[in-house]
Design a protein around this ligand. Structure first.
Ligand code: KG4
Ligand code: ZN
Length: 353
């Protein structure tokens, strides 16, 4: 089965073609990051309009790069929740139009289910139970994917997401949006022990908090006035974020009694985080799955992978699919559900009346 994935939940217009939900034939990402950089963050209306402009060229590029024609597509998966509502609506409308024009089934995919699916794309042998650290610009949570594919949240951020913390602190330090990759690049040649930024451990909880760190970086920058070399500040900031993420992820896996730990989401592209997870996870005897950077940041390959089981099961949401700005991750991710036990949800959003 050849599936087309479409992702437009934030500032990346992306389309990908997968075979059997696992082989990536093509993946095209048209990022708007440069466009939003001048405002220091994503401007929702600008993002929606760029998606309108780029959706079709991106889709056609993905089809061409896969070496197939439009009629070869057997099903379509599109991100329909959560995200910037205007941006999501563009993707859903484009996917519906295509589904009708081609007379092919369409399913909606939860963006975080997509990020989870990137772990399976990176490692086909990854099967539940495992713990996944989901770290993106909008989310930070530790999820247990149980043997039957059921999801349980073990911890989540109480304020800012990890990516949001990277971006806001980077902005304070005068770095362009999105700041995460800039911090990563600078940190590689900096001293992580130079500035003692705070770590919010929150006792025994597996929750996270990054707002205190954000304030500490702001206070530091005001007092320091640029005296401390930027690579050292970046390395110290990255260490403060990474240390807590890694310690809690490894502890969550140990407490849940699983043998595999995966990480997903844009922040998983951070080299410091990947290295520390591999080291600490390995030390704890865990199999650590870190997808390659282009599967960590927003992409449609992960959306096609996440939607595949429902398309293969005959689900079609062409008539009912809607977009939603916010929605918690489904209690079960079909990609990881065992066929015999798992149910395949029929609709991702309530039918229109
Ligand atoms: O998953 P994603 O592409 O979009 C959302 O779903 O939010 O994540 C974007 C976030 C941004 O905050 C960005 O700064 C961060 O991921 N990010 C990074 C790196 N690459 C992207 N943060 C740290 N280091 C990186 N290399
Ligand atoms: Zn994302």
């Amino acid at each position: 089965m050849t599936t087309l994935g479409l992702e437009t939940s934030c500032d990346e217009t992306s389309a990908a073609v997968l075979r059997n939900g696992a082989d990536v034939l093509s993946s095209v990402v048209a990022s708007q990051a440069d466009l939003h950089a001048r405002w220091g963050g994503v401007v929702p209306e600008v993002a929606s309009r760029k998606h309108v402009e780029r959706a079709l060229p991106t889709i056609f590029e993905a089809i061409k790069a896969a070496g197939i024609g439009l009629p070869d597509i057997n099903g379509i998966a599109v991100t329909n929740r959560p995200g910037l509502i205007g941006a999501l609506v563009v993707g859903v409308a484009a996917a519906k139009a295509l589904a009708y024009a081609l007379d092919r089934p369409l399913v909606g995919v939860h963006h975080l289910a997509g990020h989870l699916a990137s772990c399976r794309l990176a490692d086909a042998a990854l099967t539940p139970p495992f713990v996944c650290l989901l770290v993106s610009g909008g989310h930070t949570e530790l999820a247990l994917v149980a043997e039957d594919g059921a999801l349980r949240t073990l911890g989540r951020t109480r304020d800012d997401a990890a990516g949001e913390c990277f971006d806001k602190c980077a902005r304070v330090l005068g770095l362009p949006y999105p700041g995460g990759p800039h911090i990563d690049r600078l940190a590689a040649r900096g001293d992580p022990l130079r500035v003692a930024f705070p770590r919010a451990w929150l006792g025994e909880s597996l929750d996270f908090s990054f707002s205190g760190l954000k304030t500490a970086v702001l206070r530091f920058a005001e007092a320091d006035g640029g005296a401390t070399p930027l690579p050292d500040v970046a390395a110290s900031l990255q260490a403060a974020i990474v240390e807590v993420l890694v310690a809690k992820a490894v502890r969550a896996a140990r407490e849940a009694g699983v043998s595999a730990l995966a990480v997903a989401g844009g922040v998983a592209a951070n080299r410091g985080l990947a290295a520390a997870l591999r080291t600490e996870g390995g030390r704890a005897g865990l199999r650590v799955v870190v997808p390659p950077p282009d599967l960590c940041t927003d992409n449609a390959a992960m959306i096609a992978a996440a939607g595949y089981p429902r398309l293969a099961a005959g689900v079609d949401e062409r008539m009912t699919l809607d977009a939603a700005a916010s929605e918690p991750l489904d209690s079960r991710v079909p990609l990881f559900a065992r066929a015999a036990k798992g149910h395949i949800p029929q609709t991702a959003s309530p039918p229109l009346s």
